[in-house]
Design a protein around this ligand. Structure first.
Ligand code: AVI
Length: 310
């Protein structure tokens, strides 16, 4: 939670201390998304090196007629992680008489703004919730066919066991017979991946370092930002991009009243972004009770849209 008063946030401090007490040190990626982090992520999505957002959008535009033909009329569109309506809007243009839109996100203000923009068009029932927890759909949408949507390759930020657990919960929430469209970034040459997570303009570096700035603001920390550098690594064995913050020198940093020791070259692991193969993702989804009902890829094979069914 962003504390506008400038006072300390005990939950942020506790999460930071827990991660920094581990070996190797970690910080939870969810802490990226304060107001500054959200603005920086928005800038990342427009970088020339960051192909996922524009590739997924172009793929969605190209394939939406085929996708929409698979979705029953009067379906409810349930979007996981909805904080802007642009991708959902593309689907809503093509779905046959959609009955309602249920955007799910922790950001209550963003959902309220989204509802105001969309409600003239169709009934909107926002669900303010952490979608990694079990959810129940609003009773207003009961009885309609359900079409879930999880764009942005956010599934790649989940550890495989967490992704399976999430997919099982989505299956329980959406119910038997539901369809679920998932945007999945694909495995590719690290020469393409690394610049996407370490851009020339330094926006991703600023996004990563903002974590430490946030801890300084909200968790009573005293990180010297000039003594840490952003590092994006491809982990071939795990099939993931890793983001790290590397300490340039041996140092001790105060965090919420505790001393945290860093050796020179020691890293804080801040994010994983798994890059799946098509077969690998279908197998992962199958472990959560979903089967593949459709697959679309861009011509260069960078990104995929998976339509799953129960
Ligand atoms: C939100 N998520 C899909 C992004 C990704 O590509 O893993 C987060 C991100 N981290 C650095 N750049 C973008």
């Amino acid at each position: 939670m962003l504390d506008m008063s400038g006072t300390l946030d005990a939950a942020v401090a506790a999460e930071a201390l827990a991660g920094l007490g581990r070996s190797p040190k970690t910080l939870p990626a969810k802490l990226f998304y304060d107001a500054k982090g959200c603005a920086l992520f928005d800038a990342i999505t427009r970088l020339p090196e960051y192909y996922p957002t524009r590739t997924e959008l172009a793929l969605l535009h190209a394939t939406v007629p085929a996708i929409a033909r698979r979705v029953p009329p009067r379906s409810v569109l349930v979007e996981y992680g909805a904080s802007s309506e642009d991708k959902a809007e593309i689907l809503l243009e093509w779905l046959q008489a959609p009955a309602a839109y249920v955007p799910i996100d922790v950001a209550a203000a963003a959902l309220a703004a989204l509802r105001r923009r969309m409600q003239a068009r169709l009934p909107v029932h926002p669900l303010v919730a952490d979608f990694l927890r079990p959810l129940v759909l609003p009773r207003e949408v009961a009885g309609h066919p359900v079409f879930g949507f999880f764009p942005g390759s956010t599934i790649g930020n989940l550890e495989p066991d967490v992704a399976i657990c999430f997919l099982q919960q989505v299956r329980d929430t959406l119910g038997a017979g539901a369809l679920f469209l998932v945007g999945v970034d694909l495995r590719k040459d690290p020469a393409v991946l690394i610049p996407a997570y370490d851009d020339a303009a330094g926006v991703t570096a600023a996004f990563n370092l903002n974590l430490l700035a946030r801890l300084n603001r909200e968790a009573g920390a005293a990180f010297d930002l000039s003594s840490f550098v952003h590092d994006a690594r491809w982990n071939e064995q795990e099939g993931r991009i890793e983001m790290h913050l590397v300490s340039l020198r041996a140092q001790t940093v105060r965090v919420a009243g505790h001393s945290v020791r860093f050796e020179a070259g020691e890293s804080i692991h801040t994010e994983n972004s798994y890059k799946h193969t098509v077969g690998g993702f279908i197998a992962l989804a199958a472990r959560a009770g979903w089967r593949s009902a459709g697959l679309w890829r861009d011509a260069a094979g960078l990104f995929s849209l998976h339509l799953l069914t129960t």
